[in-house]
Ligand binder design. Structure first.
Ligand SMILES: *Cc1c(COP(=O)(O)O)cnc(C)c1O
Length: 394
């Protein structure tokens, strides 16, 4: 059975052109880019080209790109660096809807004695910029706000957020892992100090990422060791991954218009079709300010896990907005922060598309999912015991 992969915010397939670009560096061209000999040095030149390609996609200088292992590393490095370079400042501002790669770092820092403010979101998943203004203090070291949310696709007004924070003297980091290839990035006009991206969210392989560090911003490396990345990130370079990320950035940049027309049209057709065919369904998050590839839909009175399992029988891959932890279903922290009612939050499914999806795949989902929801609702315990906590069935 063919897989219908609608979970591209979790990870993406490696583009065949990216794989092709990488292959020689697994075999004949295995040299260490730091070596003095020409064999290694020629790989170093390929890394320079990859750096230029990433910089081009971000609208920054190649020297402002630090290659690393993943989006999580970029987030950790930016946050820790911002605090280490301003030891007198003890306050961090972030949001309640960040990825765990930010949220769990900030929580950890709170336990180490830092103070944190978690900005809330409204029912649409959007921030209140007045709350940001009111939260900024003279000792605010860092404002770390994601550009686009991985669960709902909500896009935050990062230019305005960054301007407000910079005016008050705070450093700014943004997690742009979900943005690359979907919304144009131009760091010449976006006044952030740090920005993190990840390879496997943009059709490059897992295990490679990049952190933008603005020229002139004080930086403290996370990894200590050799002098790779001009001393900013020790460890022998993941040459294949970096070359793959470079190629993926080149393609992503060329593909942005397609993402915002063809992929968006496919997403819109999926969303409209499901809402029309299934009663008591609703979209979570702003549809006005949203990534072109993402829709997060709640189906009242059913459990996301049950929907996922039944879709799996048709090879349909998506994500649910709840996770089964210790025998009870916990709705995602993002949907909770948005105040999505509990009977809806439990039945939420995130569909995230890519340029590799087809019309036929959307047709299959539109044909099968309404039947799945109807069947689950027949056996749902929620409808009869509205308001009561459901038992875990996953
Ligand atoms: C996937 C993701 C990350 C983590 O990236 P990894 O490369 O998997 O570590 C961070 N932030 C967001 C918004 C993501 O979607």
């Amino acid at each position: 059975m063919a897989v219908i992969y609608l979970d591209n915010n979790a990870t993406t397939r490696v583009d065949p052109a990216v794989l092709e670009e990488m292959l020689p560096f697994f075999s004949e061209r295995y040299g260490n880019p730091s070596s003095m000999h020409a064999f290694g040095g020629s790989v170093g030149r390929e890394l320079s080209q990859a750096r230029e390609r990433v910089a081009q996609a971000l609208g920054c200088a190649p020297g402002e790109v630090v290659f690393n292992a993943c989006g999580t590393e970029g987030d950790n490095t930016a946050i820790r660096s911002a605090l280490a370079s301003q030891p007198e400042k003890r306050h961090i501002i972030t949001t309640r809807v960040e990825h765990p790669a930010v949220l769990n770092v900030v929580k950890h820092l709170e336990r180490k004695g830092y103070e944190a403010t978690y900005l809330g979101v409204d029912h649409e998943g959007m921030l209140d910029l007045d709350e940001l203004r009111d939260s900024l203090r003279p000792d605010t070291a860092l404002v770390s706000v994601m550009w686009a949310n991985n669960e709902t696709g909500a896009v935050f007004p990062i230019h305005e957020i960054a301007r407000i924070a910079k005016e008050r003297g705070a450093l700014v980091h943004t997690d742009a892992v979900q943005v690359l290839g979907k919304i144009p990035i131009d760091l010449k006009t976006l006044p952030v100090d740090f920005l993190a991206v990840s390879g496997h969210k943009v059709h490059a392989p897992k295990g490679v990422g990049a952190l933008f560090v603005r020229k002139g911003v004080q930086y403290r490396p996370f990894m200590l060791g050799g002098h790779q990345e001009h001393g900013r990130r020790a460890g022998t370079e993941n040459t294949t991954g970096i070359i793959g990320l470079g190629k993926a950035c080149e393609i992503a940049q060329a593909n942005i218009a397609h993402e915002n027309s063809a992929v968006k049209a496919l997403r819109d057709r999926l969303e409209a079709g499901l809402l029309a065919a299934i009663p008591e369904a609703r979209v979570n998050g702003s549809t006005a300010s949203r990534l072109p590839n993402t829709t997060n839909i709640s189906f009242q009175y059913v459990e996301g896990e049950a929907i996922l399992l039944m879709m799996d029988a048709f090879g349909i891959c998506a994500s649910s907005g709840s996770a089964c932890t210790s025998g009870s279903l916990e709705p995602s922290h993002v949907l909770r922060a948005m105040g999505v009612p509990f009977t809806y939050a439990h039945g939420s499914i995130r569909f995230s598309l890519s340029r590799f999806n087809t019309d036929a795949e959307v047709d299959t989902v539109l044909a099968e999912l309404p039947k799945i929801i109807a069947r689950l609702r027949e056996i749902s315990p929620f409808k009869r015991q509205e308001g009561e906590a459901p038992a875990c069935t996953c």
